[in-house]
Design a protein around this ligand. Structure first.
Ligand code: ZN
Ligand code: ZN
Ligand code: ZN
Length: 318
């Protein structure tokens, strides 16, 4: 069996698992579809390799060949994992929706390591993510026709699952959009809201008519647990602002989001001078009473209006 047939069959079996009304098969659905996606990625690397499948090897080393020239050979039996796939796709300029690629893996990981209810809903999301990645891999990277490759039954099931999940997600998001969020940052992060318990995106407001943030009670439509705003925002901000944060710190700057000194969640929005989850606000003119330097949220909260230096000095005088 070729790598490509293997990939296709794995996806077909996963989709079949999901379509069966059997909760024991939902994890296997996610595993099979995820494995199929990884195999499709490997197929792309195989096709990119000159003639020796070298890009599938996890490690390679220069070796002398029989003519005494330098050859690069794969070593060991391990083939590429998700991280290497990402690196190689980037090196060879193969585009892929990595956010969904990671989302699908994250759901699989969570399903394998937690016992929360609602696994069918989460499987639905993982397979919806996979659907977009599969389409991109087949159409753009491998130039294969998805309908012909996967067969009408599997392809239609993937389309229907994606539609169904999109509709559920839409219904949840509508309830969040009606809230007047206290920060711009929270409004911007809405598409990344996720349940802190099961990581499903199906987070909704219990009362869809409520418009005030302090009264917003969130619940997860996948596992049914209620979710506090702090942890939900902290997860969402990591997605929305994570990359910006890394760049800012690398350039010696301040990350857009930091720990709120009051509620301890990663929800303090530096630019807006307030926490997105609780009512902690840094006054615009917050300055050290001794040197007049501007204060960070932490200084302001922890040191009674002194900068950390003068707070340190003052503590010595006591
Ligand atoms: Zn949940
Ligand atoms: Zn806070
Ligand atoms: Zn000072």
């Amino acid at each position: 069996m070729t790598l490509f047939t293997n990939a296709v069959e794995s996806i077909q079996i996963g989709v079949e698992d999901l379509s069966k009304n059997d909760d024991r098969r939902v994890l296997s659905a996610v595993r099979n579809v995820h494995a199929g996606v990884l195999l499709l990625c490997k197929e792309k690397l195989r096709r990119l390799s000159p003639d020796d499948e070298i890009l599938l090897a996890q490690r390679f080393e220069p070796q002398p060949n029989d003519k005494g020239e330098v050859a690069i050979d794969g070593v060991g039996r391990n083939t590429v994992g998700a991280d290497d796939i990402k690196k190689r796709f980037k090196t060879f300029h193969v585009a892929l929706d990595w956010k969904r690629f990671d989302g699908m893996a994250d759901i699989r990981h969570h399903m394998e390591h937690s016992y929360f209810k609602g696994s069918r809903e989460r499987a639905r999301q993982a397979v919806a993510d996979a659907f977009l990645v599969i389409r991109q891999l087949l159409v753009e990277a491998l130039q294969e026709d998805p309908l012909k490759t996967l067969g009408a039954e599997c392809w239609t099931a993937l389309l229907e699952n994606a539609d169904l999940f999109a509709a559920e997600l839409q219904a949840c998001q509508v309830t969040l959009k009606s809230v007047r969020w206290d920060t711009e940052a929270a409004a911007r992060a809405l598409p990344d809201f996720a349940c802190p318990w099961c990581h499903s995106s199906l987070v909704r407001q219990r009362d869809p008519n409520n418009k005030s943030q302090p009264n917003a009670a969130l619940t997860c439509a996948a596992c049914g647990e209620s979710a506090e705003l702090g942890p939900v925002l902290s997860l969402a901000f990591d997605e929305t602002f994570g990359a910006e944060g890394h760049i800012a710190v690398k350039d010696g700057g301040e990350p857009p989001i930091s720990t709120c000194p009051e509620c301890s969640e990663e929800t303090y929005v530096v630019e807006e001078g307030r926490c997105a989850a609780c009512d902690f606000t840094l006054p615009e003119d917050a300055a050290c009473a001794i040197c007049g330097n501007g204060l960070s949220a932490e200084d302001y909260y922890e040191h009674d209006g002194l900068c950390s230096y003068h707070a340190h000095v003052a503590s010595k005088d006591d």
